[in-house]
Design a binder for this molecule. Structure first.
Ligand SMILES: Nc1ncnc2c1[nH]c(=O)n2[C@H]1C[C@H](O)[C@@H](COP(=O)(O)OP(=O)(O)OP(=O)(O)O)O1
Length: 196
């Protein structure tokens, strides 16, 4: 499928295969500034580590561990720093996706988020002022669940996560954009798998 379908804000090389797109809005929300963010996940042995955001942006939602890329950092360095700051651990993170978010009632900047993943980590997972880490089962409905582990709580996550997280879990590189309203509803979205 043509790569020219990618929405504004999506920067990419190679071949993209769109997997989801939709929304009632006919236009992508405009944006002026873009700020760089990271988000990191540990996925191992049928489980994924998420953090419950205790304060600030996205409070009350489960997410990976991440935040803003500081001016002196690469996204990979920022991802490692945020994982240490928010969960107390280190991990051999590798890049697996890129997401672009525009919030309807937040016109300060759009979010360009590099997504990282690791299968291992070192150190002891700790609760921090910002995040309460928790393991969730990655097993699909109908399959055997890990002992006492809840499934991924999509109803308590950013609304876009359900579209790209299956690609993350399947280790399939992805890219996408979502425009969200202030109540965490999706206005318009487009997600693709990167096949080269
Ligand atoms: N829509 C959506 N889906 C999934 N993930 C995210 C979004 N929007 C987002 O912003 N995010 C991610 C991107 C980042 O990982 C975090 C937001 O980072 P934040 O905690 O605001 O950044 P910090 O640098 O930690 O902020 P301060 O601690 O400096 O205030 O959510």
């Amino acid at each position: 499928m043509s790569t020219s379908l990618a929405p504004p804000g999506i920067v990419h090389e190679g071949t993209l295969v769109p997997v989801h797109n939709g929304g009632d809005s006919t236009i992508w929300l405009p944006f002026e500034k873009v700020k760089l963010y990271t988000n990191a996940f540990i996925i191992q042995d049928g489980k994924i580590l998420l953090g419950y955001k205790k304060r600030g942006f996205g409070q009350g939602l489960y997410n990976g561990f991440g935040g803003k890329v500081e001016p002196n950092e690469t996204p990979a360095q920022a991802a490692a720093r945020e994982l240490q700051e928010e969960a107390g651990i280190e991990a051999p993170l590798r890049h697996c996706g890129t997401l672009f978010f525009v919030l309807k009632n937040f016109r300060d900047h759009a979010f360009y988020v590099d997504i990282f993943v690791a299968k291992e980590y070192s150190g002891t997972i700790i609760e921090t002022d910002e995040m309460r880490p928790q393991w969730f089962s990655t097993a699909s409905e109908g399959l055997e669940k890990l002992d006492d582990m809840l499934p991924i709580p999509y109803d308590k996550m950013w609304a876009d996560d359900v579209f790209w997280m299956p690609l993350l879990l399947a280790d399939r590189p992805f890219i996408g954009r979502a425009d969200l309203d202030k109540d965490n509803t999706m206005e318009k979205w487009w997600f693709a798998e990167k096949t080269s």
